[in-house]
Each structure stands twice: as structure tokens, then as C-alpha cells.
Design a protein around this ligand. Structure first.
Ligand code: PLP
Length: 540
């Protein structure tokens, strides 16, 4: 088995990821890879429904929530969602539930990640939501709205001040969610301080391998008054039977099983393991370490842009965090190919425009190789000395974050290892015993399945890398689809859904589309056995 997997992995071509689009190169600190990602004490643990046997991972998830709340400047953050795109869709339905507006219009910044817009469209249609995707550089489109989604930075890399749009939306009775890059928020004023009602995004670049697109923990944080509307799980501090402080899932615990079709979402299992990895990354680096990683990524982008400009290349945006777009009329494809030949993956925005995203793993050599691909050359050190930051001064972050001692006490490997061990020792997971959980099926991935996920050939592949670079991974995906179709007796299988609940939802949407295709779109009754898992009713 391992030899076969190795052979498939070897068919991938891993390039330096400078594509962006919400996925960034990052370093998984080996102390976290070994003590969490590759440790059965953490990866065999299940959703912490039973606080008595989950105090360790509840504390790790509380650390995740604190990290998100601090960085986004919004007081209440959940314990992870499935991915950025579906998290944005959850934010859309949350704003609709929480707001007073009766409008069915949800306005989305055109400079939003393309896959987020696609998933919003899939989710909006069956709920009767009218999605309005518009260029907001000249303000909001006419008309009413119940909600607005802004991107900060935009998918293009541009950093625009959202305050005016937030005020306009509020003036029209709408609520605002901001899709924000958590690492950028170590340098930029957070959405909560800019008037946003919710913030959403991914924590992938906090040490979680790219993995050709996932899994990664997404986040959603909100104002206090919207806490009861949060989808997924939320960890809270309580007291145990002896009056001692103890953690437990709060508010929507087991929500699908209890509230079924009235649940705020169909999310049961979220991304606990990946959320723990991202939280540990913040514990490992601390606020100053994260700020340093962010500043370095920004400097790489600023110097790269200065070198392009010096070489006569038109850089589209003056203000950006880690991603720049360069216009090279008619030769964007050639530039991307030249960079690929040098082992670097760039984003082909269109025939005239190339996107270049810097990150924690970007080096000066990568910047110089990108210049060469554009046909320009520059003296990096001299440019660095003479190039100002390209972040808007008016948006420079002044508030503190990650002030809790947990982000300061475990900065040595020994201390972090012992903290992780103490947490794991507080838990019961499948590495010790069977966990009797009445509501959900126990699932255990074998070690031979878990081992490959940290192999660089599989872990370091960007989801938008050219398909030829992912030959091995794509072969695995195609094999699995074929095998599952054979096993289940169906014609075709989609592996897009990233949880059982999302599979239910995808299946129901396919059935609804089938009825519509036969002129029977009026069918809207779904029978669910009372014994079925709660997510089935919530998905319906
Ligand atoms: C029978 C059954 N259906 C649905 C689900 C929901 O799947 P997920 O938690 O992956 O969304 C579960 C989860 O345990 C399950 O056991």
C-alpha cells in the first residue's frame, strides 16, 4: 500500500506556491506536525461533545477561538468551520437570520475569491437569496440589501478601506461580513474595529499544509449579539460538579440532533484537528512571531512590486498586503510558464495579468526568479532599502492581540510539547479506548492513510497548481470516485463535500435539480427517518 502511494505521490510536481487565491505557503513547525498532526492522541479524538473526556481539545479549541476573536476584533468566535467558501455562505445566512432587513439581496464585493462566489451562488438559490456581485470601488449598488460581504485584502491582493461601505450598508439596514486574511490582521486594523458585524476566512496559512486544497479550518467570528446564531460548535467556560472551572461546548451543542430542521446550520463535524494545528501555530510563534512573518511576507511583495515597476511593468494596485497583480499585455501566459519552468507557480488572472502571492515560505531567490520570468532584473537589497511599505497607513493596526498568557508561555519546543501532552492526557480518544457517542458514527483513519498527508509531494501542492503538477493526487481522486461508485452501485461520485452533512446537502441539491429538469420543481417535501442523524434534517 505505502509503495503504491509513494509511486502516485511521486507523479506530482511540487512548485513554490505563489498563486494565492486564499491558499498560502506556510511552514508546519515540526513540533506541531509530530505532536499533533501525526499523533493518534490528537487525530483519533472526536468532536468534543462529552466535556468529561475532552478537556484537552476543548482548551485547544478555546485557544483557537481566542486567536480568531483577537485577530478579527470581534468578541465571539466559533471552534472552526469546514472551509472559507462554505463559511462565507454560513455568514450570509447568519446575517439574514440576525438582521432586521426583509430584503432578499446579498451584495458581494467583486474582488472576492472566485470559489467563495460560486459556493454563495449554490447556497443562495434554494434559499431565495438574490446574490449581487459588484465592483464596489465606487460604492454600493442602488437598492436595499440584508447583507454585504467584503474582502480584506481582496482576491486581487488590493487592500481597500472598508469603512465607507460598512457605513453605507448599515445605513440601509444591512449587516456586514468581512472575509479577512488572519495573518494580514496582525498588521491591519481588524474588521471588528471597522464596524463589521462578522468576519470569516481560513486559518490554512497558520501552519496547515496546503494539501491540494484541504482540509483546513475556517473561522467565523461575530458581535456578541449574534452569538446564538453561530453555526458549528462553540467552546465556553463553565464549572464542573465540584465547582471547578471546566470547559464544555456551549449554546448550539448537538444542535442538529436537538433542533433538527430548525438548526442554524447542518455542520456537525467541523475541522477540529486542523483548528488545533492553527491554534498551536499561534501559540508557537506568539503575537510578535506572527507579526514578523506577516511583515516579511509584505516586504517580499513590496520589493517584488518595486522591482517590477523599475523594470517598466505595470503593477495594478498601490496598496496590498502579500499579493500583487502585474499587467503584461498579451504575455501573461508566457510569464507564468517561464516561472513554472523555474519551479514557481504564479496565478494566470487573464491573458494580460499575472498574480504573485508572497508568504512565509517566500525567499529572495523566489522574488528574483519571478523578476526573471517577467524579464526584469533588480538589486534586491538596494530596492529593499529604498522601498516603503505598501499597506495603507490609515489602516495600520494599533490594538493588541494574542495577549493571553497561552500565546506567550510555550515559545520553547519543550514547553509547547509538554503543553500538548498535558492536553492530550486530559482526553480519551480512540488511541486509548472506544468512545461511546450515541449521535455520531465513530470513524478511525488507519495510520497507513494518515502517514501520506504530511509527505511534501502531497502536502505542499497548491489546489490551483496546473493539473499536470497534480497527476498523482488526481489519479488517487479518480480511483476513489470509481471505487466508491462501484461499491455503492451508483453511476458517479463527487468528492467535493467535505463532511457527511455536506454530502447530504449535495445529494439533496442534485435531487432538487433532477425534479426541476423534469418540470417538477414544485416538489419540496423531504421525508427523514426520525432515527436519522440530525444533520439530515438540517441539510434538508
Ligand atoms: C450516520 C451519520 N450521518 C451523518 C453524519 C454527519 O457527518 P459529518 O459530521 O461528517 O457532517 C454523521 C456524523 O457522524 C453520521 O454518523
Amino acid at each position: 500500500m505505502t509503495a503504491e502511494l509513494r509511486a502516485l505521490a511521486a507523479r506530482n510536481t511540487v512548485t513554490v506556491p505563489m498563486i494565492g487565491l486564499g491558499y498560502s505557503g506556510t511552514v508546519t513547525p515540526p513540533v506541531i506536525r509530530r505532536n499533533v498532526l501525526e499523533n493518534p492522541a490528537w487525530y483519533t479524538a472526536y468532536t468534543p461533545y462529552q466535556p468529561e473526556i475532552s478537556q484537552g481539545r476543548l482548551e485547544a479549541l478555546l485557544t483557537f477561538q481566542t486567536m480568531v476573536a483577537d485577530l478579527t476584533g470581534l468578541p465571539v468566535a466559533g471552534a472552526s468551520l469546514l472551509d472559507e467558501a462554505t463559511a462565507a455562505a454560513e455568514a450570509m445566512t447568519l446575517l439574514r437570520r440576525a438582521g432586521r432587513s426583509r430584503s432578499a439581496r446579498f451584495v458581494v464585493d467583486a474582488d472576492t475569491l472566485p470559489r467563495t462566489v460560486e459556493v454563495l451562488a449554490t447556497r443562495a438559490a434554494p434559499l431565495g437569496i438574490e446574490l449581487v456581485v459588484a465592483d464596489l470601488s465606487a460604492g454600493l449598488p442602488e437598492g436595499e440589501l440584508f447583507g454585504l460581504l467584503l474582502s480584506y485584502p481582496g482576491a486581487s491582493g488590493a487592500v481597500a478601506d472598508p469603512r465607507g461601505l460598512v457605513e453605507e450598508a448599515h445605513a440601509r439596514g444591512g449587516l456586514v461580513a468581512v472575509a479577512a486574511d488572519l495573518l494580514a490582521l496582525t498588521l491591519l486594523t481588524p474588521p471588528g474595529e471597522l464596524g463589521a458585524d462578522a468576519a470569516v476566512g481560513t486559518t490554512q496559512r497558520f501552519g496547515v499544509p496546503l494539501g491540494f486544497g484541504g482540509p483546513h479550518a475556517a473561522y467565523l467570528s461575530v458581535r456578541e449579539q449574534h452569538a446564538r446564531q453561530l453555526p458549528g460548535r462553540l467552546v465556553g467556560l463553565s464549572r464542573d460538579a465540584d465547582g471547578n472551572p471546566a470547559l464544555r461546548l456551549a449554546l448550539q451543542t448537538r444542535e442538529q440532533h436537538i433542533r433538527r430542521e430548525k438548526a442554524t446550520s447542518n455542520i456537525c463535524t467541523a475541522q477540529v484537528l486542523l483548528a488545533v494545528v492553527a491554534a498551536c501555530y499561534a501559540v508557537h510563534h506568539g503575537p510578535d512571531g506572527l507579526r514578523r512573518i506577516a511583515q516579511r511576507a509584505h516586504r517580499m511583495a513590496a520589493v517584488l512590486a518595486a522591482g517590477l515597476r523599475a523594470g517598466g511593468v505595470d503593477v495594478v494596485h498601490a496598496e496590498f498586503f502579500d499579493t500583487v497583480q502585474a499587467r503584461v499585455p498579451g504575455r501573461a501566459g508566457a510569464v507564468v510558464d517561464a516561472a513554472h519552468a523555474a519551479g514557481i507557480a504564479l496565478r494566470l488572472v487573464d491573458a494580460d495579468t499575472v498574480g504573485v502571492a508572497c508568504s512565509e515560505v517566500t525567499t529572495v531567490a523566489h522574488v528574483e526568479a519571478v523578476w526573471t520570468a517577467f524579464g526584469v532584473g533588480a538589486d534586491t537589497a538596494a530596492l529593499d532599502a529604498g522601498t516603503a511599505d505598501a499597506l495603507p497607513a490609515a489602516l495600520a493596526r494599533t490594538s493588541d492581540y494574542l495577549t493571553h498568557p497561552v500565546f506567550h508561555e510555550h515559545r520553547s519546543e519543550t514547553s509547547l510539547m509538554r503543553w500538548l501532552r498535558r492536553l492530550a492526557d486530559a482526553d480519551l480518544a480512540l488511541d486509548r479506548t472506544m468512545i461511546p457517542l450515541g449521535s455520531c458514527t465513530m470513524k478511525l483513519n488507519a495510520a497507513v492513510e494518515m502517514e501520506p498527508i504530511t509527505w511534501p509531494e502531497l502536502a505542499d501542492l497548491h489546489p490551483f497548481a496546473p493539473a499536470a503538477d497534480a497527476a498523482g493526487t488526481l489519479a488517487m481522486i479518480t480511483d476513489l470516485e470509481r471505487w466508491l461508485a462501484e461499491l455503492t452501485g451508483y453511476a458517479a461520485v463527487s468528492l467535493q463535500p467535505n463532511a457527511g452533512s455536506q454530502g447530504e446537502f449535495a445529494g439533496l441539491l442534485a435531487i432538487a435539480a433532477y425534479h426541476r429538469s423534469r418540470g417538477e420543481g414544485h416538489r419540496d417535501v423531504c421525508l427523514i427517518p426520525a432515527s436519522a442523524h440530525g444533520t439530515n434534517a438540517a441539510s434538508a
